[in-house]
Design a protein around this ligand. Structure first.
Ligand SMILES: Nc1nc2c(ncn2[C@@H]2O[C@H](COP(=O)(O)OP(=O)(O)OP(=O)(O)O)[C@@H](O)[C@H]2O)c(=O)[nH]1
Ligand SMILES: [Mg+2]
Length: 182
């Protein structure tokens, strides 16, 4: 009986792959986070030129996760990945006080992009293992997160090298995706 039900379920609701796009300034830790989620391991990275894409399975959900290069010359191309995106992951180096304003500007562009209307935004406050990391409260203030009205958002402290906090962030995305399905 269970098998009949699951065949019926799969027929009507084939396993959808949800698209996530990971952006953020260069050196934020996007590629490290992607491979930690995909392989469970921290890899040695090089600055990304273009993009990486990998599948991530989480809680019976399948995600296609795009990791885009964050260097200044590559940022204008981020928008070409936005169509049909289910959520954005904005990765920040929590020690990068000098560029938090630039990161805020990129966040404003994301919030204003027409392909991302109402899309949820997960902000990963990465590199929390480093002692000069900004707290989540400092980063929320610097990015004016509480002024965001038209997008669900969540800020998650994490360390992409150890993986700490990454799956908590995925949990928020999984909840969003499940809410949209029901
Ligand atoms: N201490 C610490 N270092 C990290 C963490 N995450 C990433 N790094 C390091 O930060 C550097 C940059 O990481 P990447 O993952 O390549 O950064 P990226 O955001 O993909 O950079 P681009 O591809 O240039 O946009 C690497 O030396 C990583 O090992 C973290 O949580 N803690
Ligand atoms: Mg990279």
């Amino acid at each position: 009986m269970g098998q009949v039900f699951s065949s019926f379920w799969l027929y009507w609701f084939p396993n959808k792959e949800y698209k996530l796009v990971m952006v953020g300034l260069d050196n934020a830790g996007k590629t490290t986070a992607l491979f930690k989620l995909h392989l469970g391991e921290a890899i040695t990275t090089q600055p990304t030129i273009g993009s990486n894409v990998e599948q991530v399975e989480f809680k019976n959900l399948t995600f296609e996760v795009w990791d885009l290069g964050g260097q200044a010359s590559l940022r204008p191309s981020w928008a070409s990945y936005y169509k049909a995106t289910d959520a954005i992951i904005l990765v920040l180096d929590s020690t990068d006080r000098a560029r938090v304003r630039i990161a805020k500007g990129e966040l404003q562009s994301i919030l204003g992009h027409e392909d991302l209307r109402t899309i949820g935004i997960l902000i990963l406050a990465n590199k929390q293992d480093l002692k000069d990391a900004m707290s989540v409260e400092e980063m929320s203030t610097a990015l004016a997160l509480t002024d965001i009205r038209d997008h669900p958002w969540h800020i998650q402290p994490c360390c992409a090298l150890s993986g700490e906090g990454l799956f908590d962030g995925m949990e928020w995305i999984a909840q969003r995706v499940n809410q949209l399905r029901t």
